[in-house]
Design a protein around this ligand. Structure first.
Ligand code: RB5
Length: 157
């Protein structure tokens, strides 16, 4: 496994149990996991949870993050609003591998109401075992970053 220096994780109330299983799985593999547990300390819902983790990724506090909710969808939508964050929802291992190799995503999301814990662990492993492949994907990912920059600059003006 490619062990990231630090990985952030959080979940909403639909996914606390699955998150705990994933955290235990990652720690057993030696991954330095920081469980942010925002909803235990703040009255919020999945947008707040995703925004909090995404801001930390954007600020360089960790290379990668995992967000789990009922479907994984709301978490990805919200995380992708933060500059520098590229999040994707995966419920199969092939997509999880491609999410890093082809898309260079730094945030993985999935849904506790969609998949079970064994598949979730395999998805997490597939994503963490993968690195961005570059090659033909490099100009496409570069274009995503350029267009993201343009979009944020347009917002400011
Ligand atoms: C429950 O709040 C549910 O909407 C949430 O966990 C998630 O599935 C949203 O995308």
């Amino acid at each position: 496994m490619t062990t990231p220096s630090k990985l952030l994780i959080d979940a909403d109330d639909a996914a606390y149990d699955l998150k705990d299983i994933v955290v235990e799985h990652l720690r057993s593999k030696g991954v330095d996991v920081v469980d942010l547990r925002l909803m235990e300390n703040e009255e919020t819902t999945y947008p707040g949870v995703a925004y909090n983790l995404a801001q930390k990724i954007s600020a360089g506090e960790a290379e990668r993050g995992i967000l789990i909710c009922g479907t994984g969808l709301g978490m990805a939508m919200m995380a992708n609003k933060v500059q520098g964050v590229f999040a994707g929802t995966c419920h199969d291992t092939y997509s999880a591998e491609r999410l890093k190799k082809s898309n260079d995503a730094n945030v993985l999301t999935f849904g506790a109401r969609v998949i079970g814990s064994e598949l979730a662990k395999k998805i997490v492993d597939a994503w963490l075992d993968s690195e961005f492949a570059g090659g033909g994907s490099a100009p496409k990912v570069e274009l995503m970053r350029e267009l993201e920059k343009e979009a944020f600059e347009n917002q400011k003006s």
